[in-house]
Design a protein around this ligand. Structure first.
Ligand code: AMP
Ligand code: GLY
Length: 420
């Protein structure tokens, strides 16, 4: 079959890598892709947030199955348009993608579904928000209601800090995404990510992961898109995962179906775990990046079968075959990230690295110029390895990192410390 993947980061490189291992895939196009993806698949220029353009391109290329990586095309209704054109697609409708696109919507669904999450209130008025913050006290969390590219959440240590965040968001600092704010209780505990597939009815867990959001070792410094991840997440024991599945995820899927907007695709539940109980922090309607990279490394070729069954409503026939192993990805970023960084520095040593079912360097932001690899983004490489234990996976991944000769780049040396 002919497959189109939408997106151009390390996540999509890992999706392409897994899809290509499955003999069902005859032709693979990734749009827009990136220089690393171009080594294994055809890349195409396409405005992936324009539903009409995606449908036209898929029709021209005789695409049988579209896999959507990032949230923006989902929220823009790309899957709705593909459905209408009878082109099979993996990902939720625009209506179901509100689980990520609107914090208020997610909170309302949780309330209706009885899913445990932080106490919350929504505000469009600064004074009312200030009153609430004074009553609730700090620490407290302030969130822009809409999609803010991962930057719309402020965990405030003081009431003053929370009020500044509210004034900034409601004052237009976040554009339309900040027209209203959600203020919620600070939840203590350990965070982990729980991934399930749903075809609207059946829910199938496909793995757990933890990432490191802070740029500095020991989880310090500013937030980033993620500096590394590993799977499975030991804090999500079978019992905790079962509790999250029964009390949070399944009731959410049932509530979405009851509202006539069934959820189809991968649902990524960000959980806070304290004393063996999980509460929902947020939903994402896509695979995490870099969590996808470790999930794909562990799932391999079956990832395509699972995504197809999800899109075709056949998940009840499926089971996941797990190797009893671990995967880790270490993000290499350009010096300066997540602040200002330079593009164009030369990266050596990549071409000799192992590439097999246990080792892969996924590209998030590289360029290939005159036979050389160069950095072309903030997060640039996802050096990924599998091992029988998490420590083995870590050793393999860092052995690859140590062979990369990139004076303009850096990585954290402590990925996995919490689990190890
Ligand atoms: P979100 O975009 O909702 O995932 O929030 C980004 C990050 O902020 C989360 O991964 C958590 O680390 C943190 N966070 C969000 N909401 C809360 C909360 N209610 N309590 C504690 N931390 C939170
Ligand atoms: N790594 C976090 C995310 O993809 O949202």
């Amino acid at each position: 079959m002919n497959i189109l993947i939408l997106g151009g980061g390390g996540r999509e490189h890992s999706l392409a890598w897994a899809v290509l291992q499955n003999p069902k895939c005859d032709k693979l196009i990734v749009a827009p892709g990136n220089a690393g993806i171009a080594q294994i698949a055809t890349c195409a220029n396409l405005d992936i947030e324009d539903p009409g353009a995606v449908v036209d391109f898929a029709a021209e290329e005789a695409i049988d199955f579209v896999i959507v990586g990032p949230e923006a095309p989902l929220a823009a209704g790309v899957v709705d348009a593909l459905d209408a054109a009878e082109i099979l697609a993996f990902g939720p409708s625009g209506a179901a993608a509100r689980l990520e696109a609107s914090k208020t919507f997610t909170k309302e669904i949780c309330e209706a579904a009885g899913a445990p999450t932080a106490a919350w209130a929504r505000f469009t008025d600064v004074d009312a928000a200030k009153d609430y913050i004074h009553k609730a006290g700090a620490p407290i969390v302030v969130k822009a209601d809409g999609l803010a590219a991962g930057k719309g959440v402020i965990v405030a240590e003081t009431e003053e800090h929370a009020i500044i965040a509210v004034e900034d968001m409601l004052g237009g600092g976040f554009g339309a995404a900040g027209a209203s704010v959600v203020i919620e209780e600070f939840m203590a505990g350990e965070e982990a990510s729980f991934f399930v597939l749903s075809d609207g009815e059946t829910v199938l867990p496909i793995g757990t992961a933890q990432d490191h959001k802070r740029v500095g070792e020991g989880d310090t410094g500013p937030n980033t898109g993620g500096m590394g991840a590993y799977s499975p997440a030991p804090v999500l024991t079978d019992a905790v995962a079962e509790g999250a599945l029964e009390r949070i995820v399944k009731p959410t899927i049932a509530e979405m179906a009851r509202r006539g907007t069934p959820y189809r695709g991968v649902l990524y539940a960000g959980l806070m775990i304290e004393n063996g109980e999980a509460r929902l922090v947020e939903y994402n309607v896509r695979f995490g990046d870099p969590e996808c990279q470790v999930l794909m490394m562990r799932l391999g070729a079956q990832a395509l079968d699972l995504m197809l069954a999800c899109a075709e409503g056949r998940l009840s026939e499926m089971a996941v075959t797990w190797a009893e192993d671990h995967a880790m990805t270490v993000v290499m970023a350009a010096e300066g990230y997540p602040g200002a960084y330079e593009k164009g520095s030369v990266i050596g040593g990549l071409d000799g690295l192992p590439e097999d079912s246990r080792h892969m360097t996924f590209h998030a932001g590289t360029a290939r110029e005159g036979g050389q690899w160069r950095a072309a983004g903030g997060r640039v490489l996802n050096v990924t390895a599998r091992g029988d234990t998490l420590a083995d996976a870590r050793d393999e991944a860092y052995a690859m990192v140590d062979r990369i000769d990139w004076p303009g780049g850096f990585c954290r040396r402590d990925i996995g410390w919490r689990a190890l």
